[in-house]
Write a protein that binds this ligand. Structure first.
Ligand SMILES: [Zn+2]
Length: 491
């Protein structure tokens, strides 16, 4: 099952601009005819008399105007002159999208030119541009005469930069039944092909065609029996997809601490293929992420909001995005949790007011949320230290850093996920690790257990379209005999 883009072909091939002008003139003619039919032709003697009286009335009004305090004669309503025809009022037509206007490219030159221009190509060859070769040189190789060669180059230059063609650029040349070259095809961009051909009137013209791109959903799922990474590899989930999966899920799932054997994951991502070449153009754009964690289910859907922003929401419209990350380093192992412990250096029992992540020196530390830097510098036992103020309620702090990233200083704004510094062992520390704190109303809390606020939830105005996205994906997932984690949310 895939989402195939809808295309409409031009039924006859005329340059689309010309076609639009012709359409427009046709519409004007039709409009005039309609006005004649509905307004002028039905006028009968009685109407003409009324029209006459209107005019004289106006004259009388003009005359009367010279005398003050005379009630002006009312103008008759023009609508009274018309028969009771209902006239439809249509709004202006929207501009058609390029997909609707352009023909769809085909793998052979012959196919497209037969259907769009009624030109027969008997044989076609593929030539690639050699080093130091111009388009003219290549066309000479294909037996174009010097006069036609320039006409072809001229038409080509309307859509492609003929002076900047790369070595290896491909051109398909088509020949007629006399083995005379009559057509050239090249690709203009990832999206368009450009056809140059001799039309049935003997002149060279260009035709842009849209490359047919198939978009299809791919489903990946598995039971975690080791690491998520291994399970994803086993399910042939591309790494870029896994990255996206973890980025969305990472707000609600701590992959280091929460994953258990038997937990499951599920992802729906997109693959685009060029139908003419069967080449995969892109893979990895994620549309759905789902997990089962110790029996609890969570699923998020990608939704493009009307303002163009992308959001990830569960079925109820709750955002997947938390305003703070629980783990601000990648690949971390929790080495010391929040709570009472014997301090490794002083030996006293003390409340550990943060969590320690054991990561190698130099590992980038990410801002757990967007905000303003309050402190960036040395702070006693904390060593090199950064504190970010995220809003009135939340702050986060990072300690023992080996270095602070460029552009990070007190007063600077940082974005969530931005690298603010690097793991080290400065201050009172026994080895390289990140000491991380979340502060609520200026008091440290346990980053691993605190209920973090969610990001912006789905707007009510988006509800309808979002439900469409959810239904489409759920149907797809169910049809793929998935373990179906869809539809149930965590907490
Ligand atoms: Zn610590």
């Amino acid at each position: 099952m895939g989402i195939k883009p809808k295309f409409r072909r031009c039924p006859i091939f005329i340059d689309c601009a010309t076609k639009r002008v012709t359409n427009c003139m046709l519409q004007i003619t039709v409009s005039f005819f309609r006005i004649w039919q509905s307004a002028i032709r039905p006028l009968k003697t009685v109407h003409l008399l009324a029209l006459f009286s209107l005019m004289t009335g106006n004259l009388a009004y003009a005359g009367a105007n010279q005398i003050k305090n005379v009630i002006p004669i009312q103008k008759p309503d023009l609508i009274l002159f018309y028969d009771g025809n209902v006239m439809s009022m249509e709004g202006p037509y929207g501009r058609p999208s390029i997909e609707e206007v352009l023909p769809v490219s085909t793998s052979t030159l012959a196919e497209l030119l037969a259907s769009e221009a009624r030109v027969s190509v008997e044989r076609e060859i593929s030539l690639t541009l050699n080093k130091n070769e111009t388009l003219a040189d290549l066309l000479k190789r294909a037996n174009f005469t010097s006069s036609e060669l320039y006409q072809v180059a001229d038409v080509a230059s309307q859509k492609i930069n003929v002076r900047k063609l790369g070595i290896g650029k491909n051109f398909v040349i088509g020949f007629d039944n006399n083995d005379t070259p009559i057509a050239v095809k090249t690709n203009q961009s990832d999206k368009f092909d450009y056809f140059i051909f001799k039309n049935n009137y003997g002149s060279w013209q260009g035709l842009q065609a849209i490359r047919p791109i198939d978009r299809e959903f791919v489903h990946g799922a598995g039971i975690i029996d080791g690491t998520l990474y291994e399970a994803a590899l086993e399910a042939n989930v591309p790494l870029s997809t896994l990255d996206n999966f973890m980025r969305v899920m990472g707000f609600s799932v701590d992959f280091q601490r929460q994953l258990r054997q038997g937990d499951a994951f599920e992802v729906v991502y997109e693959k685009t293929t060029d139908r003419t070449t069967d080449k995969t153009l892109s893979v990895g754009k994620v549309h759905y992420v789902g997990m089962v964690l110790s029996g609890k289910k969570v699923g998020y859907y990608r939704h493009e909001n009307n303002d163009g922003t992308i959001g990830w929401y569960d079925q109820a419209g709750k955002s997947a995005v938390r305003t703070l990350m629980r783990t601000p380093v990648n690949g971390a192992r929790l080495s010391s949790s929040y709570g009472m412990r014997k301090h490794p250096i002083s030996g006293y029992n003390k409340l550990h007011k943060g969590v320690d992540f054991s990561v190698p020196t130099g590992t980038p530390i990410l801002a757990a949320g967007s905000g303003q830097i309050e402190i960036a510098g040395w702070k006693g036992n904390y060593g090199r230290y950064i504190r970010i103020r995220h809003n009135n309620t939340y702050q986060t702090a990072y300690a023992h850093m080996s270095g602070i990233a460029k552009g990070v200083y007190a007063g600077a704004q940082v974005e969530q996920g931005q690298v603010i510094g690097y793991v080290g062992s400065t201050g009172r520390s026994t080895g390289p690790h990140l000491h991380y704190e979340i502060l609520v109303n200026r008091r440290q809390v346990n980053p691993m257990t605190i209920n973090l606020p969610t990001g912006k939830n789905l707007l009510e105005t988006e509800r309808g379209r979002f439900q469409g996205v959810v239904n489409k994906l759920n149907t797809y997932i169910q049809n793929n005999e998935s373990t179906n984690y869809v539809g149930v949310t965590l907490n």
